[in-house]
Structures are given as structure tokens and as C-alpha cells.
Design a protein around this ligand. Structure first.
Ligand SMILES: NC(=O)c1ccc[n+]([C@@H]2O[C@H](COP(=O)([O-])OP(=O)(O)OC[C@H]3O[C@@H](n4cnc5c(N)ncnc54)[C@H](OP(=O)(O)O)[C@@H]3O)[C@@H](O)[C@H]2O)c1
Length: 322
């Protein structure tokens, strides 16, 4: 069994705690908050046996094997390194780091401490992604030429870490990693050139981001991330022999239908997914920690992701705010 602790009483925990309970070899035993009363109330609400004040206090608990880190983006590197130093395995929410050099520091420390560190991209663990990749790799649409993908939702006016530049806010860091990682997964490597432009929120973060990626080998991708339109996610892949349309690529439901078009004919392919998302992410992490399976999202991949996102940001800053 993996004995888990969670750093912070984040909203996303509402999806991950039930998944930890459904996963076969996980036991959630502690939650930490910056505030003792909040930790205690949270532990009562979620029936977590232990509540502690301060993230380091949880890391110092020798009964914890692994931590889940759902902190604001700027806390990911600091607390991942602290967890590694305490000998804990780490499942850290995306984005693992806002600088590829920090992924290198994490990789070096994790290798030395012999712990698993994985960035949480839940969609990567779902059967829908596996089906898409097997169709692409089997040549269902020929050579991939273009990927179009995005993730948007409307942020309400309540205070949110996503609008705070000091906490690593912005739509690209928040949801841009989804289309970027999917495009890189399909095409097989990082782009050679990127172009980006954004609408900027008064706080200074990008609240809508459009990016173009040109890959060696002749493929391109266009990606979209945003806080200004209603919830929508999409993925369309164009190949030399056809096209594939993927509904709900990043949060698949229990049954999804892929549209595969080839030679003017449309084939609808049903994919049975998870009854509860996030469970497979936790179970794959169990397999890495307990059985030695390689993490589905490797640190080498996390480094490529951070590199591309940093380059996109730099490109958008160059195009200015006009
Ligand atoms: N995989 C997914 O599908 C998914 C979905 C949503 C979010 N996420 C990721 O999960 C992370 C958390 O997102 P969220 O929306 O759940 O965030 P949230 O509700 O704002 O929670 C963040 C938590 O971090 C702690 N924290 C530490 N320093 C903080 C600070 N200066 N300001 C605010 N909170 C601080 C707080 O816990 P305490 O006060 O208890 O210490 C807070 O509850 C982000 O990295 C995000 O990208 C992933």
C-alpha cells in the first residue's frame, strides 16, 4: 500500500481524494494546511485520519510514503524538492515546473533519493488517450500533419490563484499544458519553432492564449488556452490519409465516440473509459512506486513540456499587448 499525504486543502482534491479511495493500493492518511484549523476541519469533512499544520510537518511524518501536491503553481518545485529531501514519492499537479532547469533539479534529486516524481496529467492515464495513440501509431490517418487542440473555461470573478502572476497564474500555465502535451505526444517530440499571442488580464497574466507550433518533420499544431469562454475542450488530428476528432480529450467520460474519417468515409469508434477519472492516474502511480513500472508521464517529458510553455510565453510577450 502507498500511505498518502496531501499538501493543501485545494479544490482539486475533491476529485483526487475519492480516486485515492477507489484505487486498490492507496491509503490517504494525512492532510496538511498552512492553517491548523483549516486542516482539522478539512480532515473531518473528508474523513482523513490526520490533520497537520504546515506542509513540512507532514513531510516529516515517517508514516507517509507519498505526497500529492496541489499547491499554486509557484509552490510545485519548492515542495516537490522538499518532499524528495524527506524521502517521499511525489505526484505533483501540472505544471510541475515553470522552468525546464527546475525539472532537471527535480530529476537529479529524485534519482539520488530513489523516489518517483510524476507530473499529474490525468488524461494520459485514460483509455481514450491509449486508443487515440494506437490509431495514430497504426497509421489510421497516415502521417500526422496537424494537431488542433484547446482547453477553455470561464473564470468567475472570485479570487483565484489562476489570476495571480506571483503564483504562476495565467491560462497557458493552467490549461495550455493539455494541448501542448497532447500535440507533443502525437508528433513524438517538441517543436522547433513556436509563435504565441495572448489577451492579458489587468493582473498581468494571460487570460487567453493562442499558440502555433512548428515541428521538424513537417507537422504543425495550434493550441488554445483560455479563461474567457465557456468550458470546452477539443482535439482534432489531421493526417495525410484522414482525420480523427476526439471529444473530451482531457476529461473523458465513461463512454466517448471518436470520429475517424478516411477516404471520404466516417467510422465512429466507441471507447469505454473510466467510471471515475483520476483513479487510473493513482493506480499507475502505485505501479511505479510499488512495482517499478516507469511513470506514464516521465520527467524527460515534463522537461519538454516546460520548455515549450516557456518558449510560447516568451513569444507572446514579444508580440506585445497592442
Ligand atoms: N489535474 C487537474 O485536472 C487539475 C484541475 C484543477 C487544478 N489543478 C492544479 O491543481 C493545483 C491547485 O489548483 P486548485 O484550483 O485546486 O487550487 P486552490 O483551490 O486555490 O488550492 C490551492 C491550495 O494551495 C494552498 N496554498 C498554499 N499557498 C497558497 C497561496 N499563496 N494562495 C492560495 N493557496 C495557497 C492552499 O491550501 P492551504 O491553505 O490549506 O494550505 C489552497 O487550498 C494547480 O496547480 C492546478 O494547476 C489540476
Amino acid at each position: 500500500m502507498i500511505r498518502w499525504g496531501i499538501l493543501g486543502t485545494a479544490r482539486i482534491n475533491r476529485r483526487v481524494i475519492p480516486a485515492m479511495r477507489l484505487a486498490r493500493r492507496s491509503d490517504l492518511i494525512s492532510v496538511a494546511s498552512r492553517d491548523r484549523a483549516r486542516a482539522e476541519a478539512y480532515a473531518r469533512e473528508w474523513s482523513i485520519p490526520r490533520a497537520v499544520a504546515g506542509y513540512q510537518t507532514l513531510l516529516d511524518d515517517s508514516n507517509i510514503d507519498a505526497v500529492y501536491i496541489p499547491l499554486p503553481n509557484t509552490g510545485h518545485v519548492e515542495w516537490t524538492l522538499a518532499a524528495i529531501a524527506a524521502g517521499k514519492h511525489v505526484l505533483c499537479e501540472k505544471p510541475l515546473a515553470l522552468d525546464p532547469a527546475d525539472v532537471d533539479r527535480i530529476a537529479t534529486a529524485a534519482a539520488r533519493a530513489r523516489v518517483i516524481v510524476e507530473e499529474g496529467f490525468m488524461y494520459r492515464h485514460e483509455p481514450l488517450t491509449e486508443k487515440v495513440m494506437s490509431l495514430i501509431n497504426d497509421g489510421a490517418i497516415g502521417t500526422v500533419r496537424a494537431v488542433m487542440s484547446g482547453f477553455t473555461f470561464a473564470l468567475d470573478s472570485a479570487p483565484n490563484i489562476r489570476l495571480d502572476p506571483a503564483l504562476g497564474g495565467g491560462s497557458l500555465w493552467d490549461v495550455g499544458g493539455y494541448p501542448v502535451t497532447y500535440a507533443q505526444l502525437i508528433i513524438g517530440h517538441e517543436p522547433k519553432m513556436v509563435f504565441g499571442t495572448a489577451h492579458w488580464h489587468e493582473s498581468g497574466v494571460d487570460e487567453e492564449f493562442m499558440g502555433m507550433l512548428r515541428f521538424g518533420g513537417g507537422a504543425t499544431a495550434n493550441i488554445y488556452a483560455g479563461f474567457r469562454a465557456a468550458y470546452r475542450t477539443w482535439l482534432e488530428i489531421l493526417g495525410s490519409d484522414g482525420g480523427l476528432t476526439v471529444p473530451n480529450p482531457f476529461k473523458p467520460g465513461p463512454i466517448e465516440t471518436l470520429d475517424l474519417e478516411r477516404n471520404g468515409a466516417l467510422e465512429r469508434i466507441a471507447v469505454i473509459g473510466s467510471a471515475e477519472i483520476f483513479v487510473r492516474e493513482i493506480e499507475d502511480f502505485e505501479a511505479s512506486v510499488l512495482d517499478g513500472a516507469p511513470p506514464v508521464v516521465s520527467l524527460a517529458e515534463s522537461r519538454r513540456t516546460a520548455g515549450t510553455l516557456v518558449a510560447l510565453h516568451a513569444a507572446a510577450r514579444e508580440t506585445g499587448r497592442g
